[in-house]
Ligand binder design. Structure first.
Ligand code: 8YV
Length: 313
C-alpha cells in the first residue's frame, strides 16, 4: 500500500511523476468541492507537498488533523503560513542551497540588462534601427557604483560575490549585522538607498517585509538608480515604483518577480526603462531537478522515520 500524499498544486512534472509512483497522490486543485475533498482524505493525510504558487494556509492545515510534514518546492516559504506550522507543531521543509547560484546569476543578468539596456539593444537590431545609426549610449557598471543588497542570506551572498567580480562595491541591509561580513551594514533600507546606486532585493517575502522598498527608498536611489528584484514582488511598493520609473525619479528596474504574478501591470510593461523576466531565478533543468529531489527526499525521510533532509530554519 502506497502512503497518501496531498499536493497543493501541480509540481515540476518530473518530480510529480516520481511522487505519483511512490504515493497515492491527491490533487487538491482538481477537486470541484475543496472542503468535501479535504474531508474525504483527512484521516489519511500526514504529508503535503506545496509549491511557491500553491502553498498552504492555516485553515487547510486545520482540516488535516493527522498532518505532520509539509514538503515545499522552493526556498521561499511565504506561500505557507509558517506561524501556523509552528503553532501546530508541524515540520516544514524547503529547497535551499541548490538554487542559490542560478538565482544569483539572474540578479546579475537583470542588473546588466537594466543598466546596459540589453532587451532595448536586441530590439534596436531587430527593428532595423542600427542601419540608421548607433544605439544611444547607456549607463555603466564600471564607474565606481555601489550595490546595496537587501537580505544578505545565501542568495544575497552569492550576488555579492558576483558584484565584487564586476568591480562593484557592496553594502547590505538586513535584520542584523552579520559577524564575519566586511561589507558596510545598514539597518534601514532608506539609509542604504541614500548611499548606493543599485539595490538588489534578495530578502524573504511575507508580511514582515511587505513594501519595505518604499517610494522614499526609490526616490533616495534617484534618477540614476537601479532596482533589481529576484526575491518577491511583495517587497517593493509596485505602484510607487511604476510612478518613480515613469517620472524619472528612479532610473531603471530589472524584475524577475511581481506582486500579483503572473499578472504584471500594463503600466509597468509600458515603460522603456524596465527589464522583466517571468520568475526564472531557479528555472533551469539542473536546479529544478535538484529542488524536486529535495522535495522527494524530505518526504521519503518523513515516511521512513528518519531526520528531514532540509528542514526550514
Ligand atoms: C520557484 C522560488 O519559482 O524558491 C523559490 O522561493 O521563488 C522559485 O525557486 C518557486 O518556488 C516554484 O514553486
Amino acid at each position: 500500500m502506497k502512503p497518501d500524499l496531498l499536493l497543493m498544486g501541480p509540481m515540476f512534472p518530473p518530480t510529480q511523476k516520481v511522487l505519483e509512483a511512490s504515493y497515492t497522490v491527491h490533487k487538491v486543485w482538481e477537486a470541484p468541492d475543496r472542503d468535501a475533498f479535504l474531508a474525504s482524505v483527512a484521516d489519511r493525510i500526514t504529508a503535503v507537498a506545496s509549491t511557491g504558487g500553491k502553498g498552504i494556509d492555516d485553515a487547510t492545515m486545520g482540516k488535516l488533523p493527522k498532518l505532520k510534514v509539509i514538503s515545499h518546492f522552493g526556498v521561499g516559504v511565504d506561500s505557507v503560513d509558517v506561524d501556523a506550522v509552528r503553532r501546530r507543531g508541524l515540520a516544514l521543509t524547503n529547497t535551499p542551497d541548490v538554487l542559490t547560484e542560478d538565482v544569483a546569476d539572474v540578479a546579475l543578468m537583470l542588473m546588466l540588462a537594466a543598466i546596459r539596456r540589453v532587451p532595448q539593444g536586441d530590439r534596436y537590431v531587430r527593428e532595423g534601427k542600427w542601419l540608421k545609426g548607433p544605439m544611444p549610449l547607456t549607463r555603466s557598471l564600471q564607474d565606481g557604483k555601489t550595490v546595496g543588497i537587501i537580505g544578505l542570506g545565501r542568495i544575497g551572498k552569492a550576488i555579492a560575490k558576483r558584484c565584487e567580480a564586476f568591480n562593484l562595491k557592496v553594502a547590505y541591509q538586513g535584520r542584523n549585522k552579520q559577524a564575519g561580513v566586511s561589507y558596510p551594514y545598514y539597518a534601514d533600507p532608506l539609509a542604504l538607498a541614500k548611499d548606493v546606486d543599485i539595490i538588489v532585493v534578495a530578502a524573504p517575502g511575507g508580511a514582515e517585509t511587505r513594501g519595505m522598498v518604499s517610494r522614499a527608498v526609490m526616490e533616495a536611489l534617484g534618477p540614476d538608480g537601479t532596482i533589481v528584484n529576484i526575491a518577491r514582488g511583495s517587497l517593493i511598493d509596485e505602484a510607487a515604483m511604476i510612478e518613480c520609473l515613469r517620472d524619472g525619479k528612479l532610473g531603471a528596474a530589472g524584475l524577475d518577480v511581481f506582486d500579483k504574478e503572473p499578472a504584471v501591470p500594463e503600466a509597468l510593461l509600458a515603460l522603456d526603462n524596465v527589464v522583466v523576466q517571468p520568475h526564472v531565478g531557479s528555472a533551469t533543468h539542473p536546479t529544478r531537478t535538484a529542488m524536486g529531489q529535495l522535495v522527494i527526499d524530505n518526504l521519503a525521510a518523513h515516511f521512513a522515520g528518519k531526520p528531514l533532509v532540509t528542514p526550514h530554519q
